[in-house]
Design a protein around this ligand. Sequence first.
Ligand code: RP5
Length: 163
Amino acid sequence: MSRKDVAIIMGSQSDWPTMRRAADILDTLEVGHEARIVSAHRTPDRLVEFAKGARAEGFRVIIAGAGGAAHLPGMTAAFTSLPVLGVPVQSRALSGQDSLLSIVQMPAGIPVGTLAIGEAGAANAGLLAASILANSDDALRERLDAWREAQSDKVALYPADGD
Ligand code: RP5
């Protein structure tokens, strides 16, 4: 797992408990990744430098999570043609509705693939990044298919009485 195909960026340390769900999935699927804090508002120069150089660094997919006025995914996508998956982090003030609306409504021409609010969105961003990479990696496709099969196997056919 020496290659780092996926960059997981987030606006703040406070986003990490959510965004680590993406990292966990990528670990399970043996997809190389690196997580960094890149804030559109507090570290704008870091954002520009990262987004402009991400392809040259070897990244092939970017997962960007942010909360509140969540401009990180959209601004990242403005600087790179790598696929950008946006995760709306659940904010305290508006439960992530603000994050979602800040990320999802991109103007035509600069796409961000927007996921669900919070941990489910982060986990699915990891899976989606793996799916994208699996198009050109048969071994990864097999691991992804096996992961999905194992998930199906865990679902009981009949509901149990909870005591
Ligand atoms: C956003 O502001 C971050 O992505 C985070 O979700 C939110 C709050 O950041 P902190 O005040 O916790 O650093 O930029």
